[in-house]
Design a protein around this ligand. Structure first.
Ligand code: ATP
Length: 348
């Protein structure tokens, strides 16, 4: 398995580097045969030589790698986040990573949230009318194609079924945003014909967020357009215990290429302090391993993470007194103990 690592900016390198430490132990235990190559794409390079996503990057990634393990992008020196848009949106579009899977790991209950990742309000179509340098009119278009919505909904329904789920909710805002809203509803209702066992329902995004907070147990699988999925997943992250704990996987269903990254951003306010919560990044590695068919290693890592999250070694955002390093060291120690308990290398 060949994995490109893009640590990025702010706390990105802190969480990515601390998480990667567990890989040799997982490799000893489960024989992963995983190879990492790091790329320095991010704010420093952008400021030094103006390069965001280098020429030929997409072709190189498709040819030489199976997945990307990603940190975060965002730097106060680049207030427009132009480099972040070029790199991350460039990777999502260039690699057709149109399915963004964000599991909401709530106590005793997981909601599988799927967010469309390439279209909607993120297509980059729009403009501004300015008067003496002041914007007087600003336009961002929301664009959806039937092709992408159909492939996204189909993947979500099939993946949910494979995970043994039967209840699927479509999130939309068709009462106020009627054109793309109706397209999503029509595709959802059409595709459901292939999944007679699924109990389907539809929710306006505002009502959905309210119910998600009040009664998360009513949801099993959620399909959402780009912006609504982004917002709902932050609400979900709050329910999980904080932004620092939430993972995500951006997948191209056709090539199976995936980009795995924590939901949080570069958090400049705590960058360099050594207290960034590495759980979201570590769980993104769990999703990567799972996607590659290594459920054994994925389950072991998630179990050890959950055990360490019960201790006082968690980072301050979770109420603990630990550091990024101390928390991952405790996860590492648990994995090593797991190895000695098993007495031998397994899974090779
Ligand atoms: P960006 O512009 O890159 O998205 P941001 O600071 O606006 O960065 P986030 O990084 O997503 O947005 O996070 C918002 C706040 O949540 C951070 O400023 C930080 O205080 C907290 N936070 C986010 N991720 C973590 C983490 N892994 N550990 C601890 N705190 C975090």
């Amino acid at each position: 398995m060949r994995v490109a690592v893009i640590p990025g900016d702010g706390i990105g390198p802190e969480v990515v580097n601390s998480v990667i430490q567990v890989v040799p132990v997982l490799d000893d235990l489960f024989g992963l045969d995983i190879e990492f190559t790091t790329f320095n794409w991010g704010a420093d390079r952008w400021l030094a030589d103006g390069v965001g996503l280098p020429e030929g990057a997409i072709t190189m990634l498709q040819k030489d790698f199976d997945a990307i393990f990603f940190g975060a992008l965002g730097d106060p020196r680049i207030p427009t986040t132009a480099h972040g848009r070029e790199i991350l949106l460039g990777l999502r579009r260039g690699l057709s990573l149109y399915v963004n899977y964000r599991p909401l790991l709530l106590p005793g209950h997981t909601i599988d949230l799927y967010r469309e990742n390439t279209q909607g309000l993120y297509v980059g179509i729009g403009g501004r009318v300015e008067n003496a340098g002041v914007a007087t009119v600003a336009i961002d278009e929301c664009v959806y194609t039937r092709d992408i919505v159909t492939k996204f909904v189909r993947y979500g329904l099939a993946d949910a079924t494979a995970r043994g789920r039967t209840k699927v909710t479509l999130v939309h805002k068709a009462n106020a945003v009627p054109n793309t809203g109706a397209l999503w509803q029509d595709v959802f209702r059409t595709e459901l014909a292939q999944f007679p066992q699924i109990e389907a329902n539809e929710e306006y995004v505002d009502a959905f967020c309210y119910k998600l907070v009040r009664d998360p147990g009513t949801f099993e699988v959620v399909l959402a357009p780009n912006l609504f999925g982004d917002i709902a997943s932050d609400v979900g992250a709050a329910l999980m215990g904080g932004l620092g704990t939430a993972p995500s996987a951006s997948i191209c269903p056709e090539s199976r290429f995936g980009l795995f990254e924590p939901v949080h951003g570069s958090a400049p306010d705590i960058a360099g302090l050594g207290i960034a919560n590495p759980v979201g990044a570590a769980r993104s590695l769990v999703l990567l391993l799972d996607h590659m068919g290594r459920t054994d290693a994925a389950t072991a890592l998630e179990t050890c993470l959950r055990e360490s999250m019960e201790t006082t070694l968690t980072t301050p955002d979770l109420g603990g007194s630990g550091t990024t390093r101390a928390f991952m060291d405790s996860v590492l120690a648990r994995l090593e103990r797991l190895g000695s308990a098993l007495g031998t290398t397994i899974g090779k």
